[in-house]
Design a protein around this ligand. Structure first.
Ligand SMILES: Cc1cc2nc3c(=O)[nH]c(=O)nc-3n(C[C@H](O)[C@H](O)[C@H](O)COP(=O)(O)O)c2cc1C
Ligand code: SF4
Length: 439
């Protein structure tokens, strides 16, 4: 089990049961578990959706789309069965929160699935777990068995006359299957490549049936919203950015860890107060605000921004998945761009040309460039290649590879200049991010 951290500014809603043994159903029940679903059973589907809309809960998987709105897109009548699909693929570099929820509070996810199902008229749920998180399967399987034994899932749940099954499923370790349509392909037993949209999953999803796909943290927030009321939950964050979220703080900070903070929390406080600042008194160079797919921030940008979806959207950028990576002054940004691109090149499913070829060319160019073989026009070419991937790929993985690359070239151009003319990397003597196993 990962060590838990804490800070006085934390508002513990999703993490309230962490470290309390709530993976066992009796403890979960003692801590008010499965009360929210019993409340939902007495509500009309539209009332549940409305409460989630009032909460201003936005998807914690990265895109920040309104959860209540997403649920309302599911047609009321459907000839095909409807499904709830929980995205526990969690492969975005820097993001490590869903695993904590599944480890410490798996029943909250199961309860969230049931409530989402009651809201949209689905009676089957799937919890899809990242291939590398196999150890979580045992925890989840046990939680599902316990819930079934108590009559909370399976036939006639809570004596309501409703049959509702919830299943677990694992991937085989591909980042791409975190993308919702590739996830459905994978769950159906096919190669994990994305589907053409529209139609969107809310209308045509798993096995052609209307499907709600939500991130683990999003779904685990739902029982809390029903218990405390949407308005109370919304009040923790700024307008239209309801509640708290789990921030995964890593990189060059003294106190890395997963902290639950209200949306709108200042990034500066996150780094210096919650994270205890940068080790060895080093200066801040860059911040990855929400997983490697987001635009990197310069110190003055990071120190001025609040961590909510709209503060980032105003800049044309993304809050992302909650994976905040702090980089100190010794980090080589060319090497960092290369490290990130190695990941995307490795994870590209290879289906569309701009992503398959673009990530490969960018990786090759950055390897040569970082090794001292760069020429001046490479700098613009790297930016140009990335720009040409943006918005031109079949799924957003191409954008995810382009965005950090463009922001690094544009904001730390001088570091590229400093690598020219066969010069050794200026940061050669400093400790850098370890090489990935697949590089
Ligand atoms: C390449 C790629 C990988 C993704 N990986 C994840 C992931 O691991 N977990 C996740 O919840 N969403 C991931 N997403 C976003 C999902 O497609 C989808 O938007 C999300 O699961 C919706 O849930 P939410 O509304 O609760 O955020 C990924 C998207 C892309 C393009
Ligand atoms: S953008 Fe990349 S990951 Fe997405 S479909 Fe194209 S090749 Fe596959």
């Amino acid at each position: 089990m990962a060590d838990l951290v804490s800070h006085p500014d934390e508002v513990r809603i999703i993490s309230a049961r962490f470290g309390k043994g709530a993976a066992a159903i009796d403890k979960y029940l003692e801590l008010d578990g499965y009360k929210a679903v019993q409340k939902a059973l007495k509500m009309q589907p539209d009332e549940i959706i409305n409460e989630v809309k009032i909460s201003a809960l936005r998807g914690r998987g990265g895109a920040g789309f309104s959860t209540g709105m997403k649920w309302s897109f599911v047609p009321k009548e459907s000839a095909k069965p409807k499904y709830i699909l929980v995205n526990g693929d969690e492969s975005e570099p820097g993001t490590c929160k869903d695993r904590l929820i599944l480890e410490h509070d798996p029943h909250a996810v199961i309860e969230g699935v049931l409530i989402a199902g009651l809201a949209v008229g689905a009676c089957t749920g799937y919890i899809y777990i990242r291939g590398e998180y196999r150890y979580l399967v045992d925890i989840l399987r046990k939680a599902l068995d316990e819930a079934k034994a108590k009559g909370f899932i399976g036939k006639n749940i809570f004596g309501s006359g409703i049959d509702f099954n919830v299943y677990w499923h694992t991937g085989a370790g591909a980042y791409e299957v975190g993308e919702e349509s590739a996830l459905m392909e994978s769950l159906e037993g096919k190669r994990g490549i994305p589907r053409i949209r529209p139609p969107f999953p809310a209308v045509v999803g798993l096995w052609g049936g209307p499907t709600v796909i939500n991130n683990v943290e999003t779904i685990a927030s739902v029982p809390h919203i029903l218990m405390m009321g949407g308005a109370k939950y919304a009040s923790y964050g700024p307008e239209k950015n309801g509640g708290t979220r789990l921030f995964c703080l890593s990189g060059h900070v003294n106190k890395p860890g997963v902290y639950e903070l209200p949306l709108g929390y200042p990034m500066k406080k996150l780094i210096y107060d919650v994270g205890g600042g940068i080790p060895n008194g080093k200066k801040l160079k860059a911040v990855v605000p929400g997983g490697s797919s987001t635009f990197l921030l310069k110190p003055e940008e990071a120190e001025a921004i609040s961590c909510d979806f709209d503060s980032f959207a105003k800049r044309g950028e993304f809050l992302g998945s909650g994976g905040v990576v702090v980089l100190d002054e010794d980090t080589c940004m060319v090497n960092f761009a290369l490290r990130v691109m190695k990941f995307y090149q490795h994870e590209s499913c290879g289906w569309c040309i701009p992503c398959r070829e673009g990530t490969d060319w960018l990786k090759k160019t950055l390897i040569r460039f970082h090794a001292g073989g760069g020429v001046k026009k490479d700098i613009d070419n790297i930016n140009y290649l990335a720009q040409n991937m943006l918005g031109r790929t079949f799924c957003p993985l191409g954008d995810a590879a382009a965005i950090p690359t463009m922001s690094i070239v544009q904001k730390w151009r001088q570091e590229f200049e400093d690598h020219l003319d066969g010069k050794p990397c200026p940061f050669e003597s400093k400790k850098q991010i370890p090489e990935p196993a697949f590089a």
